[in-house]
Design a protein around this ligand. Structure first.
Ligand code: GLY
Length: 401
């Protein structure tokens, strides 16, 4: 019999990864609690929500590609399931993506990406500059060519997070609105956590899903703490006035002077422009330089953006891992599972993460497709020691994905 504060599963972190894990586990009959001062915050408050398995393909990330594609395929049913459970729409939009080149170097880079996509059996089509502009008339006249990827879509991460909070509530998940200070370990097994307000929560299994903060939980033994680090991303939001003709019909992106820039148009008129990628520790300052570079690069791509109202600037932290892939599954400490390190793919990987983590929690088995992402792949590598001080809510940075 559990004490009043007990559950089958305690999820530490109420961002979209923690929430989807909690929701799916609760749907499968487990009693679940989530510890987070602000469920639905974190990465989803900043992220653009591109589902870019094909356009964000990188050399050496073929295994990750499989997981990304698997999650992308789940999105239509996942979004429909959330709507059924909550009545909320998550802004899933099957709009496709156009990746364009502005100069000869960019074009060479895109040609390489196209060749890699083809070798990987992915669907993408090379277009001339004129063909790109026919698809997206707001593109700069200087666009030299591009890749049309009809399978890379988008979702609105803020709406996704809100729907997941509601879905969790309706499935009986209990929210503990405080940070977890320390993991409780009893007889060499994770047994719950102590919250910043002093409450001790007991659970048979604990999932650490605190994004870039996951490596800072107190009380986790050496070797079990995930090797995640914060990677800062600055993101802008502009608004396309309602009476204007459609501005962009799909996600448009490019690599400009080595930096990625993307423009993600929502049906409600929001236009998200992202993102910087900065290794600056826990800093979440929005800088003049970051905003300038994003606007400069986006303006080169789509000159008309300078007419639009700039409605928001924000910075968040991606949970980077040593190989850019997530850590999913049991840690070196019995009873403690990890669902973190999603880096640039947190929003994309949300559906598959929920499914594989729920399967693990219910059956004790990590599904085959997630085994390559087991935290065990890092156990022989150097793992940072647990941070001695917990992270207070006031200092907790948001993420981005
Ligand atoms: N996946 C987009 C980003 O991390 O900026």
């Amino acid at each position: 019999m559990h004490p009043r504060t007990g559950s089958d599963v305690l999820v530490i972190g109420g961002g979209i990864i923690g929430l989807v894990t909690a929701w799916r586990a609760a749907q499968r009959g487990l009693r679940v609690a989530v510890a987070d001062p602000e469920p639905g915050g974190g990465a989803a408050r900043v992220a653009a929500g591109m589902l870019a398995a094909v356009t964000e393909l990188h050399y050496g990330e073929q295994t990750l590609l499989g997981l990304n594609l698997s999650s992308a395929r789940r999105y239509p049913d996942f979004a429909a399931g959330l709507r059924e459970a909550t009545g909320l729409d998550v802004g899933y939009r099957a709009c496709g993506t156009l990746a364009v080149a502005l100069d000869a170097d960019d074009r060479a880079h895109l040609r390489e990406l196209h060749a890699l996509q083809q070798r990987s059996g992915l669907d993408s089509q090379w277009l001339t500059g004129r063909e790109c502009r026919r698809l997206e008339p707001m593109l700069a006249p200087g666009v030299r060519g591009g890749l049309r990827v009809d399978g890379d879509h988008q979702v609105d991460p803020r709406r996704l997070a809100a729907a997941l909070v509601t879905a969790c509530e309706r499935a009986g998940v209990v929210f503990r609105r405080a940070w977890a200070d320390r993991l409780s370990v009893v007889r060499d097994r994770a047994a719950g956590a102590v919250l910043a307000d002093g409450t001790a929560l007991h659970a048979d299994q604990v999932v650490l899903a605190a994004g870039s903060l996951s490596g800072r939980l107190g009380g986790v033994p050496d070797g079990a703490l995930p090797p995640v680090r914060p990677v800062k991303g600055q993101v802008l939001r502009l608004t396309v006035p309602r009476l204007r003709a459609p501005f962009l019909s799909r996600t448009v992106r490019a690599v400009v002077r080595g930096s990625h820039v993307y423009l993600v148009p929502r049906e409600n008129g929001e236009l998200v422009v992202g993102a910087t990628s900065e290794e600056l520790g826990w800093d979440t300052t929005v800088t003049a330089g970051g905003v300038y570079e994003l606007l400069r690069d986006a303006h080169e791509l789509v000159p008309g953006i300078t007419e639009l109202p700039l409605t928001e600037t924000r910075a968040g932290l991606r949970p980077g891992s040593p190989d850019n892939a997530p850590l999913l599954g049991p840690s070196a400490l019995p009873g403690l599972h990890l669902a973190t390190g999603h880096y640039r793919n947190g929003v994309l990987l949300t559906p598959v993460t929920g499914d594989v983590m729920a399967e693990l929690l219910v059956t004790g088995e990590l599904p085959e497709e997630a085994r390559a992402f087991s935290p065990a792949r890092f156990t022989s590598a150097a793992v940072p020691s647990p941070a001695s001080s917990p992270v207070s809510p006031a200092s907790s940075p948001a993420g981005v994905s």
